[in-house]
Design a protein around this ligand. Structure first.
Ligand code: AGP
Length: 611
């Protein structure tokens, strides 16, 4: 989603803004722009398309001299992606420039009232309303801070805003509501950004802004105000990951790098939480009594994080012998959910900023449920609003298509399930011990799968020229197939569907024809024979079959299918942890063969901060 950067200091702002925006590219965007306040007022450059276009057009920023400015990468919501709709947006007086992430929901109402007052609009965006409204109030009262206050009282919706005013050429104004924004503290210079990856080259001293807060940045410092606009202080966070973690490090794509990082990421997410064969969740504040008293369990998330929840449902229901409801956050929030005191809502989110997930969290919290979140980005909104957070410690994930975040979320959810099962007394000693041993072996087993990359690349060729692919599986394999299918469609643009194998014959099998690729998952041993029957079923209709199974079933599977890839045998509950790796690689190599923009797939954003 849209990315915001801001810089105020003593050196030229434009190259720093462009560099910051480059590091936010992974969030997804379709146009970009910068505004710099120089001696002659505010100069703006913006353009549709990749950041390089903007950089070339401004000679790397050299055409916009000035030590203070704001920048933006836009992911279009209101108005098509073009130069005019790109941010920053300038007010009628030419004195105020605004960048915005989010949606101003009452923009039409505000726009009509401004039109009646004689304002005209250049763009189709909701954001321009903010610029013109600020202009209107500022003209009326002559006090910019007051004008900002009036504007914020008038707008509804979600926003992170970076604002500059030519009358105050030494200041950037920033505020947020339901969209991420953080402040970076430097020596004689200060920064604003949507996430830390934009700032890590310049500072590691960060403050996360909360809803309703306003910041005024200058080269002398940052003044912070609470939602009543009273001066306030906030806790500073030190970012300790290395800049290399946000660079490609020799890989062709971030996605490939992040696939390859999974053994390390899963090890980091789990090893420190296992001591002498016991799972120790020292970051969990729930007491054994509170765990035993849980009335109902929900898992709420979006996209791949929701798919982790689907795997979690199978595993947690087995471990805890109780019902686990998995909900799409975007549905949960509007479903008048039957959730309340005594219930535990597990929120899963890589970014910790997904708007629907955040709204679902607030809804559940408002109704009295306890919130435990599994989050990657430290200090993110979801993490801060939860009663408990288990961080996944995957490091920065840059590719839009999640890989290592998915794996670490699943690893943490499995640990949680085993821990709860132990406390609740629903997991026997042997299951617990075997699972812990299995978890510790995962990183090494993942390495053996990664070593099969050439074979998987070869298999990818079977799907490259097709428009439709089906994934089928039962039980945990079905949950896993959802993720395999999403990975494929988001980066290769091949239409694919994931089906519970038993459902095929109730309609979808009519779509299988000669040569249709079907990726059959048969890793779950208790249902291997059923998986084989479904393989035969689609084969009889002409399907071309790629199968995923375990080493011990590979030979039996190979007799029936066109190509087979196997994963090491492990405990049933851990199979998706291994099975997802070849599916990620398959999607990656198919997209590579098709020449797709793998790290920045069309229309997608890394962090979905709009509804
Ligand atoms: C998957 O590859 C996507 N990036 C997407 O489905 C993602 O998982 C979803 O938008 C949820 O994001 P979150 O985990 O940051 O909340």
């Amino acid at each position: 989603m849209c990315g915001i950067v801001g810089f105020v200091g003593k050196q030229d702002a434009a190259p720093i803004l462009l560099d910051g925006l480059r590091r936010l590219e992974y969030r997804g965007y379709d146009s970009a722009g910068i505004a710099v306040c120089g001696e002659e007022g505010i100069a703006i450059a913006k353009s549709r398309g990749r950041l390089q276009v903007l950089s070339d057009a401004t000679r790397g920023g050299a055409d916009l001299p000035g030590v203070m400015g704001i920048g933006h990468t836009r992911w279009a919501t209101h108005g098509e992606p073009n130069d005019i709709n790109a941010h920053p947006h300038l007010s009628r007086s030419g004195k105020i420039a605004v960048v915005h992430n989010g949606i101003i929901e009452n923009y039409m109402e505000l726009k009509i009232s401004l039109l009646e007052k004689g304002y005209t609009f250049r763009s189709e965006t909701d954001t321009e309303v903010v610029a013109q409204l600020l202009d209107y109030y500022y003209e009326g009262c002559g006090d910019f801070f007051e004008a900002l206050n009036c504007t914020l009282n008038a707008v509804d919706g979600a926003y992170a805003l970076g604002i500059i005013c030519a009358d105050y050429p030494d200041r950037i104004y920033a505020t947020r509501k339901d969209a991420p924004l953080l402040l970076g503290y430097g020596e004689g210079e200060n920064y604003l950004a949507s996430d830390v990856t934009a700032l890590i080259r310049y500072t590691r001293d960060i403050v996360y802004m909360d809803d309703g807060e306003v910041a005024v940045l200058s080269d002398k410092g940052i003044r912070l105000y609470d939602r009543m606009l009273r001066p306030m202080e906030k806790e500073h966070h030190h970012i300790d990951w290395e800049i290399d973690a946000a660079e490609k490090g020799g890989y062709a794509h971030f996605m490939l790098k992040e696939i390859m990082e999974q053994p390390r990421a899963v090890r980091e997410a789990t090893a420190a939480r296992i001591q002498d064969g016991r799972i120790v969740l020292s970051d969990l504040s729930m007491t054994p009594e509170q765990i035993r008293a849980i009335r109902k369990l929900y898992i709420v998330a979006c996209g791949s994080s929701y798919h982790v929840g689907m795997v979690g449902k199978y595993n947690l229901e087995r471990l805890l012998r109780r019902n686990v409801e998995v909900c799409l956050a975007s549905e949960f929030r509007y479903s008048d959910p039957i959730v309340g005191e005594g219930d535990l809502v597990i929120i899963i989110s890589q970014s910790g900023e997904t708007l629907d997930t955040m709204a679902a969290l607030r809804e559940a919290k408002k109704r009295g449920a306890r919130i435990l979140s599994i989050v990657n980005v430290v200090g993110s909104s979801i993490a801060r609003e939860s009663h408990d957070v288990l961080y996944t410690w995957a490091g920065p994930e840059i590719a839009v298509a999640t890989t290592k975040a998915y794996s670490t979320q699943m690893a943490v959810l499995n640990l949680l399930g085993l821990y709860f099962g132990d406390v609740m007394g629903t997991v026997d000693y042997e299951t617990y011990e075997n699972a812990v041993r299995g978890i510790l072996a995962l990183p090494e087993q993942m390495e053996t799968i990664l070593a099969k990359k050439d074979r998987i690349r070869e298999m990818a060729k079977l799907c490259v020229d097709h428009d439709d692919v089906f994934f089928i599986g039962r039980n945990l394999d079905y949950a896993l197939s959802l993720e395999g299918s999403l990975k494929l469609k988001e980066i290769s643009y091949i239409h694919s569907e994931a089906y519970a194998s038993g459902e095929l014959k109730h309609g979808t099998i009519s779509l299988i024809e000669d040569g249709t690729p079907v990726i059959a998952l048969g890793t779950y041993a208790p249902l291997f024979d059923k998986a084989m029957s479904n393989v035969v079923e689609v084969q009889a209709r002409g399907a071309k079959l790629i199968a995923l199974t375990t080493d011990s079933h590979a030979a039996a599977m190979a007799e029936r299918v066109d190509a087979v890839i196997s994963i090491p045998d492990t405990e049933a509950m851990l199979l998706p942890q291994l099975g997802v790796v070849p599916l990620q690689m398959l999607a990656y190599y198919i997209a590579l063969e098709r020449g797709c923009d793998i790290d920045k797939p069309r229309n997608l954003a890394k962090s979905v901060t709009v509804e």
